[in-house]
Design a protein around this ligand. Sequence first.
Ligand code: ADP
Length: 495
Amino acid sequence: MSVDTNYTLPGNIFQTIFEKSPGSILVKTDLPRFTILAASDSYLRVTSTTREAILGKGFFEVFPDAETQLIDEKAARHVFTKVINTGKIVDIPSYRYDVFNPDTGNRELHHWSCSNVPILGNDGEIAYILNTIADITEEVKAKENAMESASRLRLATEVTGLATWDIDLQHHGFYYSPRMVEIFGQPPGTVLTIGSMRSQMSADDMQNIVRKSFKEALITGEHLYEIKIVWPDGSVHWIKTQGTIIFDGNKRAVRMLGTVLDITESKRDEIRKNDFIAMASHELKTPLTSLKTYIQLLAKKISKSDDPFVSNALAKAENQVNKMSDLIYSFLDLSRLEAGKLSAKLQPFDINKLINETIADTNLVNNSHTIIFNSNEAIAVNADRERIGQVISNFLGNAIKYSPKEYPIIVTCKIIGDSVQVAVTDYGIGIKQRDQEKLFQRFYRVENERAKNISGFGIGLYLASEIIQRHKGKIWVESQEDAGSTFYFSLPVGS
Ligand code: ADP
């Protein structure tokens, strides 16, 4: 193999290379003047000058700002002198030096990094300094922005008392902010692990809340739950955790991150409020039951004497008492639910028979709407008969409340796959899309001009959804505003 030894470059090609190189200037070490010997095109561009204007002149004569704008360690004279004194390269990784922009007539903020390389002359002494600069304004701004948002986030989490956490599911890393240690009632400096935090929760809650929420999050990408924790001193506290899952390109969960908030105070308020509702409902139940008995007794006696006004008034009174007792029972159910005591007593029964019975009960007080149900074949389910009746009754009651009387209400019940699906359709006021997913939340009522005067507490659908969930079924709604709604629930057949 032949080697080309003729590598001498033609003419003053080195000068051309220098002039094309990024951001370079060559100065002589004739201090204090530092005569400029060469400058690259890009250096001239960023400093808005020309070769003719600066070559042969002293560096500080041309760039007087370099003496005044920069102070101390980063000042050009200091740096050049250091290169000469040490004989070493001096790098300044970041400094601010504003540049005049002839186009805008303004001085503009810039950040730079520079390298100052000593170059020896023939006598072995440092004869020149090669100063190379790079404009890092964008990088510095991006870093400042990132730091600003990080500190804003830190401030926001400190003010709100939130702890943040981040789990690397692939490499099993767990990161959390110091506030987490306080929320879990541990001494400062304690190292938390997922295991140690879980050990502060009950096994039932782990199963019913944490695992369930994690499973759902794998589908929806979001999770949110409230849970009790026990501090090392034995006291019970409540936390609310909220987070997001990040998936990779193969839809595999790779990271989870979110926040934890101590909600003990508001939870204690809520528990007190629930206790009050439970107590008040319980106290109201007894006099109401005797009131109902007296009304029924009176009705029996009156029917014998033929006074239509009195018997009519008693029927109305019984009706109102029934409404009141339904309400009180739903408050009692609510407090049972909150206390985790709403259980489902499973038994096999024919759901079509139950629908027929519930329609008949509803019709005792409904003299406005026609309820249509045409299914008589027996469909067996294994569920809590009374509770499922309660759900059907809530759907029917709402269909009556939220639709005009001239329109019918249609009930269907059919088997779809291995589930039985019950639907109640009305042609009433309907529900906006954005309200539909919230209907099943506690106390949620749609704000609607047409429903303004319809009484209710927003409990029925919440109870219905909790009942259906306890049966491992599904509950949902399809609706269009001003056209009507269909409320559905489905239960596993024969389960
Ligand atoms: P309540 O009717 O006592 O307020 P629910 O929990 O049964 O409580 O219902 C919650 C809300 O859902 C109601 O306030 C109403 O705004 C809306 N809603 C329920 N059923 C219907 C329906 N069939 N048509 C229109 N809106 C409905």
